[in-house]
Design a protein around this ligand. Structure first.
Ligand SMILES: [Zn+2]
Ligand SMILES: [Zn+2]
Ligand SMILES: [Zn+2]
Length: 331
């Protein structure tokens, strides 16, 4: 596998010819369950909340896209840029139980999973080669779900993914003219207008964005300013409990519409180490604001938004939020 940069959009793609040559794994038992005899190498574990061996843990991805050894060896290829796919690729096992999903697990269990995510980001940022750590979840056949067991995935890369780069630049531009964080301003306006707010819980808000990319797109943000997810979680013990509950309730609501969704955490890039370029690295603590994005997939409408030049969402966020607010939530 190698990374190549599109010189027009400046986005990196990971490419290689050996992806599908391995036969699909046919283990008769789940590799991620608590007592699995075929468990992958464990990287980090969180203590159990109910007397078991662990509550959430990170393991090496069985077929990693990125590998941790060596240097990125970034080099030119005429006008193009390429580099080795250096980085990390982990599976974050959300729960030891095969049916312990983020919409059904206890608040304490979800909190442990969120704390695991924070700790992994914190650890990996100590590696100066790694510029960004992504945490995401693909759930459902239409979302490209990889494992049956409740899992999220982590990739650590030597570059900042394009969507995050757009957000960082937009955050910086807004801050330069207004001296305020654009995400903080969005939260204030949404809470005042109360047309797209799904739920407020303690220090967190779930809201449908003003201009959604897909129907029922939902963001969860902290209501107090913080650029880095892991700093927020690790510096304030207990701060992830309300987030876990709000995440669970939001996923319960979205699952009344569709089972398939993408979930991604957007947090600040690695600012512990000097980067050779880009001024926004200096102001990022002021102008970026971490958040979770949930992008539901409505298969019947999938055709409508495969045309990605302009996003098309056949449900407005005001209508989406009405339906999601009315959805039955267990706890
Ligand atoms: Zn399992
Ligand atoms: Zn903010
Ligand atoms: Zn984002």
């Amino acid at each position: 596998m190698e990374l190549r940069k599109d010189p027009i959009t400046r986005s990196w793609v990971i490419t290689g010819d050996d992806v599908s040559e391995k036969p699909p794994r046919t283990d008769p038992v789940c590799a991620f369950c608590a007592e699995s005899p075929v468990a992958p190498q464990v990287i980090s574990s969180m203590a159990s909340v109910d007397g078991g061996q662990w509550s959430a843990r990170s393991v090496v991805h069985p077929t990693p896209l990125y590998r941790i050894e060596g240097e990125p060896s970034r080099r030119a290829d005429g006008l193009y840029d390429r580099m080795r796919s250096l980085g990390a690729h982990e599976v974050l096992v959300e729960n030891p139980k095969h049916d312990g999903n983020l919409w059904s697990a206890s608040a304490a269990e979800i909190e442990q999973f969120l704390m695991l995510a924070a700790q992994r980001i914190h650890d990996l940022k100590r590696d100066h080669r790694l510029k960004y750590i992504s945490i995401f979840k693909n759930h459902g056949a239409h979302a490209g779900q990889e494992f049956e067991h409740p899992t999220s995935q982590l990739t650590a890369t030597t570059f900042v993914p394009r969507r995050v780069l757009y957000e960082l630049r937009a955050g910086r531009d807004y801050y330069q003219t207004k001296e305020r964080c654009v995400f903080c301003d969005i939260i204030v306006q949404e809470e005042r207008q109360n047309q797209r707010v799904l739920e407020v819980r303690g220090d967190y808000i779930a809201t449908c964005p003003y201009a959604p990319r897909v129907p029922y797109e939902t963001w969860i943000l902290p209501r107090t300013h913080e650029a880095a997810f892991e700093r927020f979680g690790l510096s304030r013990p207990g701060s992830m409990r309300d987030l876990g509950t709000l995440l669970r309730r939001t996923l319960q609501r979205i699952r009344t519409i569709t089972e398939d969704f993408h979930l991604v955490l957007h947090t600040s890039p690695n600012t512990l180490h000097r980067s050779e370029s880009l001024g926004y690295w200096k102001t990022i603590d002021e102008d970026y604001h971490w958040h979770i994005e949930i992008l539901p997939i409505i298969s019947a409408k999938a055709k409508s938004y495969t045309f990605k030049e302009v996003y098309y969402s056949p449900v407005t966020s005001e209508t989406a939020v009405k339906r999601l607010r009315e959805a039955a939530v267990e706890s």
